[in-house]
Structure formats: structure tokens, C-alpha cells
Design a protein around this ligand. Structure first.
Ligand code: UD1
Ligand code: UDP
Length: 363
């Protein structure tokens, strides 16, 4: 019987990471089961990725929905424990740093099931971020640690992870970007949204920016100073939307808030922009490959390779307007470095590591 590989996904950033792994692993004699925990459930946060990226419909949806960290993580754990007890996977694969990731890691490791972490070893060293806690716990328990950058290998080494567990495979999110790049239609998105002239894109959803009312007020003022210089289009994540709107986010003629966009539309929007202001992890990586200047509104990043090898820089609310002035004056980049192994073949390298751990050989 073919070995069973269970992929656990659940939140928006998981889907473009899992897509190339599912695809590449289908060339091997393994059975694959795709689990969606239901952490994200709006069409624009979930299903649109499956439709646009050709990801198979999840075999199982655990339907956990939203909740406080403990409750949400516990619901995923309870449902996965039952599923793993029934199906007895030979390997579990988890992606990124969301609550669904750490929940699957805890269940798999306690049940003695081998599991692999795609995007292991990233560190912001900021324990106020829930994602940092999720990364540390997941990596500590992982049997196979698949890394996107060399700094991640160094962090894992410093934490005492055995070198034979670590595999430098590149970035599967970038596989997805390169596969679908020709479908990112900046002109179509511009027409659809009625945008004229130069524009910046913003995405903001980190608790550190949008949860506390004082932070929100300061963020609104900082973003209005950006909109004084160029119009800003913001596909706004549901987290914090009400708080931002209540604090007057929209009370500026240059601010344009839209609902979260599908992957292709979002990437088209970014591709056609003069720059991005974000607190997203994935967007720092995508702008690096598209050559779009990226201002990350955070005190730190777990993706420093997007600064050393990309278009990213960290900004504060106080420095944001000045950095926007600089990127608008500098114009489009013509040359920039890109990180090693962000070449569109990470999914194949990941599949090869997973298959080899199962003794599965390509026919
Ligand atoms: C989660 C991840 C974060 C990631 C982000 C990507 C954790 C701890 N955080 O944050 O790392 O950057 O996803 O988007 O896992 N909501 C909806 N519709 C949905 C999903 C959520 O309206 O489909 C709203 C709910 O009010 C929910 C809130 O958004 O309470 C937050 O959702 P949640 O999944 O808990 O965290 P995110 O902020 O999305
Ligand atoms: N994204 C999208 N539509 C949007 C915003 C984001 O398709 O309106 C995509 C984009 O590819 C991004 C990914 O969703 O990289 C995950 O983004 P998010 O900021 O939610 O998560 P993070 O990477 O911060 O965990």
C-alpha cells in the first residue's frame, strides 16, 4: 500500500505554499490527503486560492473557524487527533507559522507520527508575535525541517537542531508566483478597481498594528501622511477592519479600501504599483521577486533575506512618510538581487525530501 501523506493547511498564506508541494509530490507513489482546518473560511481568504491555483479540493475540512488562540488551536488539535487516529498517516506536512501549523505539529509529534515543516527556521526573535511562538514550537518538534533561506539554517543550528534534519529547499511561495506570473494582469485590476495614475498598495493585519486602539490611531495618521503623496489601495484583511474604519482610516481622499482580493488580482495590483506598505510575511517575499519596493511596517522581520537580497526595508510609523517619498522619487527598480533557490523549483526539492523519507521512488 502506498504511504499516506497528510498535508495540513488552514489560513490564507498556507495555500500558495502547499500548492507546488502537492503538485510535485503527485509524481511519487504516495497517497495524499489534503486537510483544511477551516481557520480561514471566507471565499476571498480561502476558496479563491483553490480555484485560481488549481489546488485540489480539500479531502477534509475541519471547520474550526475563528476564536481565541487557545480555543482555535485546541479545536484543530482535537479534530486532527481523531483524523490521525482513523487514518494513521505515515507523514504529516505543515506549512508556515499559523495556529493550524502548531496545532498539527503538537498532535503529530505526540502521536509519534513523522512530520515535516515547510518554511522552518524563520525567526523574528519577537515573542510578542503569535507566529514566533508557533515557529519555535513547530521547529522544535519537527523531524524534517525544510528551509527557504540560509539564515533559517543558522537559527536552527544555533538552537541545536541536528543538521541531518535540515534541508535547504528554497521558497514554494515563489514557485507559485513564478508559475502564475503571466496571469498577473495589472491593467485589468486597475480597470476593475477604477484606479488612475500611480498608486501604492497596503496590507495591514498584524495584531501589533491593528489590535490596540492607540496603535490604530497612530497608524491611521501615518497612512494619511502616505496618502498625501500618492493614492493608496488597501485590500483590507478582516482582522482590525472595523477598528481601522472607526478610527477614520477612510477619511482621506487618497485612501481606497477594498475587500481582500483573489491571489491573481492581488498580485496584479502589486505588480502594477509603485510600492507596497505591508506587515505581511508573504508580501515581503513576493515584492522581492517582482522588484516592487516594499516598506514593512514592523520593528523586525523573520525574512531578513528580503532586505539583503530584495526590495524590502523596515519602517516605523514615524519614518514611513519619508521612506515613501524616497521610493516615489527613485522610481521603478531595474536591477535587484534575489535570494538563492527562489527559482521556481522548491516544490520539487521538497517532494524529493518527503518521498525519500518514505522510501518512495518515482516510477
Ligand atoms: C492568521 C495568522 C497570521 C497570518 C494571517 C494571514 C495565526 C496566529 N495568525 O492571522 O500569522 O499572517 O492569518 O492572513 O494563525 N476572519 C474573517 N474571515 C476569515 C478568517 C478570519 O472574518 O475567513 C476574521 C475573524 O474575525 C477572526 C479574525 O479575522 O477572528 C482573525 O483571524 P485568525 O485566523 O484568528 O487570525 P489572522 O489575523 O487571520
Ligand atoms: N493575498 C491575496 N489577497 C490579498 C492579500 C494577500 O491573495 O488581498 C495573498 C498574498 O499572496 C500573500 C498571501 O495572501 O502573500 C498571504 O498573505 P497574508 O498577509 O494574509 O499572510 P502572511 O504572509 O502575513 O502570513
Amino acid at each position: 500500500m502506498a504511504p499516506l501523506v497528510v498535508h495540513v493547511t488552514g489560513a490564507r498564506p498556507n495555500f500558495p505554499k502547499a500548492a507546488p508541494v502537492l503538485q510535485a509530490l503527485s509524481a511519487y507513489p504516495v497517497e495524499q490527503l489534503l486537510v483544511h482546518t477551516g481557520q480561514h473560511y471566507d471565499d476571498a481568504m480561502s476558496e479563491v486560492f483553490f480555484r485560481q491555483l488549481g489546488i485540489p479540493k480539500p479531502d477534509v475540512n475541519l471547520g474550526v473557524g475563528s476564536g481565541a488562540h487557545g480555543a482555535q488551536t485546541a479545536k484543530v488539535m482535537e479534530a486532527l487527533e481523531e483524523l490521525f487516529t482513523q487514518r494513521r498517516p505515515d507523514l504529516v506536512v505543515v506549512y508556515g507559522d499559523v495556529n493550524s501549523t502548531v496545532a498539527a505539529a503538537l498532535v503529530a509529534s505526540k502521536m509519534g507520527i513523522t512530520f515535516a515543516h515547510v518554511e522552518a527556521g524563520l525567526r523574528s526573535f519577537d515573542m510578542t508575535m503569535p507566529e514566533e511562538i508557533n515557529r519555535l514550537v513547530t521547529d522544535k518538534l519537527s523531524d524534517l525541517l525544510l528551509t527557504t533561506s540560509t539564515d533559517a539554517i543558522a537559527h536552527l543550528g544555533n538552537e541545536g537542531t541536528a543538521p541531518e534534519k535540515i534541508h535547504f529547499v528554497g521558497n514554494p511561495m515563489i514557485d507559485t508566483l513564478l508559475t502564475h506570473r503571466e496571469r498577473f494582469d495589472a491593467a485589468a485590476v486597475r480597470a476593475e478597481l477604477g484606479i488612475e495614475g500611480d498608486y501604492l498598495v497596503a496590507t495591514l493585519h498584524r495584531p501589533g498594528n491593528v489590535d490596540d486602539p492607540d496603535d490604530v490611531r497612530a497608524l491611521v495618521a501615518a497612512m494619511h501622511a502616505v496618502a498625501d503623496q500618492a493614492q493608496v489601495v488597501i485590500p483590507l484583511h478582516p482582522r482590525g477592519r472595523a477598528r481601522l474604519e472607526d478610527a477614520g482610516f477612510l477619511d482621506h481622499p487618497g485612501m481606497r479600501v477594498v475587500d481582500p482580493l483573489g491571489y491573481l488580482e492581488f498580485m496584479g495590483l502589486v505588480r502594477g504599483s509603485v510600492g507596497v506598505v505591508t506587515d505581511s510575511g508573504g508580501v515581503q517575499e513576493e515584492t522581492t521577486i517582482l522588484g516592487v519596493p516594499c516598506l514593512t511596517l514592523r520593528p523586525n522581520t523573520e525574512r531578513p533575506v528580503t532586505i539583503t537580497h530584495g526590495t524590502n526595508q523596515l519602517v516605523t510609523r514615524d519614518t514611513l512618510a519619508e521612506r515613501v517619498r524616497e521610493i516615489l522619487a527613485a522610481g521603478k527598480l531595474t536591477q535587484w538581487p534575489t535570494p538563492p533557490l527562489w527559482d521556481g523549483h522548491a516544490g520539487e526539492r521538497i517532494a524529493a525530501v518527503l518521498a525519500s523519507s518514505l522510501g518512495a521512488v518515482r516510477p
